[in-house]
Design a protein around this ligand. Structure first.
Ligand SMILES: Cc1ncc(COP(=O)(O)O)c(C=O)c1O
Length: 376
């Protein structure tokens, strides 16, 4: 059987990984400034993570959500404490798109409305309502197009209020920092005002922290820079450090009813063990603070060493926008300098390293980027 051919692949076969490094099948070593698309939070193959998951697997890996699973409660308590959202409750699922899909569903149940407001350049996943709320017509199939979604310009509070004032919007969804759209940070004041107008018109505010969350921005959630209080926060990616996990953090104003949401796999014993290991390592190794400090160091170093059009980001979610296309540069970084990076659009280099990145590793990246830019 052939694989369904939907990905453009680099000709690299990683076979081993540790910390911020990967090795391919030819023995080449790579520095990882991409984190498998913002997924690797605590570093590859962390010994505590391996131990937590493997010892759990020896006891029990999975049973259905029809029985009590104390690890779910332990995980929810820990996530509440570490994120500062203690009074929220948690619905566990398996991916980012699924988290957003469930958040929309909950907003719709809660408000009795069906319309969603999203922002230009947003990316929220590839399932039905999530992809309808994604500002990229190329990936929206006719079957997804039935959702009622309106896109508003990023940071435009006047236009957003005009749309919400019709009182037919179930939810506004916004990324803590836009990733795919080019590492765009919503203004702190905009996020605060967004909550105010959502409350005024009976709409729920969903913060998509799937890429910007879990410490990446230098705070546990990127929206926490603004002091706003979302009705729901969606998470995935760094949450399981590679173990498929997603979740919706739900404010106490939204009440559950039996059966309104559900999943077969979400919150399995193995997922909870992975999620707990991630939070334990984040706490023990102070990784949110490391993301903040190393991110600031890397930004400063980039600012002082290269020419770019715009440098954007917070913590270890950084976009370096150039005036020209960067596909060749990214290819050279990978093949000549053995450094993985991400991309947004055609001109922005997107850096999403493990949160364990060190200053030396940041220097290694910047020096190699500099060398390439100076040789071209
Ligand atoms: C902001 C954001 N939301 C949602 C998603 C979808 O997550 P997943 O691929 O786990 O479904 C992504 C994935 O890149 C994302 O960056």
């Amino acid at each position: 059987m052939d694989l369904f051919d939907v990905y453009s692949l680099f000709d690299i076969v990683p076979v081993k990984a540790e910390g911020c490094y990967l090795w391919d099948d030819k023995g080449n070593k790579y520095l990882d400034l991409y984190g498998g698309h913002a997924v690797i939070s605590i570093g590859h193959s962390h010994p505590h993570y391996i131990e937590r998951i493997s010892s759990q697997l020896k006891k029990i890996g999975f049973y259905s959500n029809s029985v009590k699973n104390p690890l779910q409660k332990e995980f929810a308590n820990k996530l509440g404490r570490v994120s500062g959202l203690d009074d929220y409750s948690l619905f566990l699922c398996n991916s980012g798109a699924e988290a957003n899909e469930n958040a929309f569903k909950l907003a719709s149940f809660h408000t009795g409305r069906n319309k969603i407001v999203a922002f230009e350049k947003a990316f929220h996943g590839r399932t039905s309502a999530a992809v309808a709320a994604t500002d990229n017509k190329k990936i929206v199939a006719p079957v997804n197009a039935g959702h009622e979604v309106e896109f508003v310009a990023f940071n435009d509070i006047v236009k957003t209020e005009e749309v919400l004032s019709k009182k037919d919007v179930a939810a506004v969804i916004i990324e803590g920092i836009q990733g795919v759209g080019g590492v765009n940070i919503p203004d702190d004041d905009f996020l605060k005002s967004l909550k105010t107008i959502c409350r005024k018109y009976g709409t729920l505010l969903i913060l998509d922290e799937i890429q910007s969350g879990y410490g990446r921005s230098g705070k546990f959630f990127a929206f926490q820079y603004s002091g706003t209080e979302p009705d729901m926060v969606t998470v995935a990616k760094g949450m399981g450090n590679g173990f498929p996990m997603g979740g919706v953090l739900i404010s106490p104003d939204i009440k559950p009813q039996k059966g309104m949401l559900g999943t077969t796999f979400g919150g399995s014993y193995l997922a909870c063990a992975a999620g707990l290991a991630v939070l334990e390592v984040m706490e023990n190794e102070n990784l949110v603070e490391n993301a903040k400090q190393t991110g600031a160091y890397l930004m400063k170093k980039l600012k002082n060493s290269i020419s770019y059009k715009e440098l954007k980001g917070r913590g270890l979610m950084i976009g370096v926008e150039f005036s020209e296309k960067i596909s060749d540069l990214r290819f050279q970084l990978l093949n000549e300098k053995r450094i993985f990076t991400g991309i947004s659009g055609t001109n922005t280099l997107r850096l999403l390293p493990p949160l364990t990145l060190s200053e030396e590793q940041s220097d290694c990246f910047t020096d190699n980027l500099c060398a390439l830019l100076n040789s071209s």
